[in-house]
Design a protein around this ligand. Sequence first.
Ligand code: ADP
Ligand code: ASP
Ligand code: MG
Length: 443
Amino acid sequence: MVKVVKFGGSSLASAEQFKKVGNIIRSDDSRKYVIPSAPGKRFDEDTKVTDMLYKCYAEAEAGKSFDRHLKAIEERYNEIIKGLGLKLSLKEQFETIKKNFQAKAGSDYAASRGEYLNGIIMAKYLDYEFIDAATVICFDKNGEFNGEKTNEVMAHRLEGTKNAVVPGFYGALPNGQIKTFSRGGSDVTGSIVARALKADVYENWTDVSGFLAADPRIVDNPKPITIITYKELRELSYMGASVLHESAIFPVRKEGIPINIKNTNAPDDKGTMIVETTCNKPDCIITGIAGKKGFVSISIDKDMMNSEIGFGRKVLQVFEDNGISFEHMPSGIDTMTVFVHQDEFVENEQKVLAQLHRAVHPDTIELEADLALIAVVGRGMKNNSGIAGNIFSALAKQKINIKMIDQGSSELNIIIGVRNRYFEDAIKTIYNVFVPENNAVKK
Ligand code: ADP
Ligand code: ASP
Ligand code: MG
């Protein structure tokens, strides 16, 4: 049995946390491949090492002195090394980093050092082989991740290794230049390593006991999800449930490897299993709720729009030409509404409106800003009638006006649009409708 284990920043923020991680790994022989993140926050107001590195590099790039910043980072690592009682010095690595910062090696290089250095410490602590991610995670010359090449190189490199530490979050272009994934990208590295090894399971260790049915910052004590499918998870993580990077399921999905989200601070909790498909009946009709604020709706009205061939394409072309991606597009006979990210839209507002007028000659265009979208997701919704109705009446009781409702054809999710200011209340209300025991799906 082979398990690939990824530990997030909060699991590696201090020597004390490292020791918990060490115990977890040593308690199970199959935990042979380890992906560490950079040290995260030790307490609420603390700063993640990745953020310290970005800041430090920004000073270097501006030609300012960055010694003080780099020293503070070095101290974070030295505190961990000392706390673990290791015979290890990162002096040489910090000298190289300093030189490369002076030579303006790029902010990706800078950020990646967080994982790189933590990987060196982890390998020493566990007595595992250290493999620099720059040698096994491949990006192409345009900076796009090259999944197939990486899989080949990674599988080849890991062949014959007994155990190894591969730092998360970064890789390299063909010319050796360091490139990172987007924030939270160590989750992706773990998934890539699991795929290359055809591992039995990818364990993703964090600071919560699995995926919760709603954001714990909005709903008190949300129910943990025991089992969730890749598809459901994708919907939830795309819509803001930030436990796992939204791209992390793609590599493991190719090999049908389950992901198990686990809690470093409560290792005996079962956590959440993320699987391709399952006969397991969900406890509730819905699996989870997530959402994002900050959308604008653009409603375009024109009589007989429905019979005008190419109308939708022309509208979407305008958004494409302005580099604005659309999120949802509910439509009626004479009306079409496009939901876009407010921050992408506002800069070009008048230009987009003028171009829409020219492209499709609408009767009217109406805008509504400061909207939030909420996704209610669940494989249990299929063949269950009245779900949208229940959402409507619960929100109406709370006097929350629904701006839009859109059910995906897969019956896996319902998207609801409300004003930003009702976002939290709407999530709480929907959660309370579906999660109490008396609403559970009959087993
Ligand atoms: P790590 O540093 O281990 O990668 P992250 O901070 O990226 O951890 O992700 C874990 C955090 O995600 C939790 O501490 C929690 O605050 C947040 N979170 C947001 N939505 C959810 C959800 N639906 N279920 C669980 N955690 C959530
Ligand atoms: N350390 C990186 C970040 O803070 C990557 C990660 O944590 O996954 O985004
Ligand atoms: Mg994360």
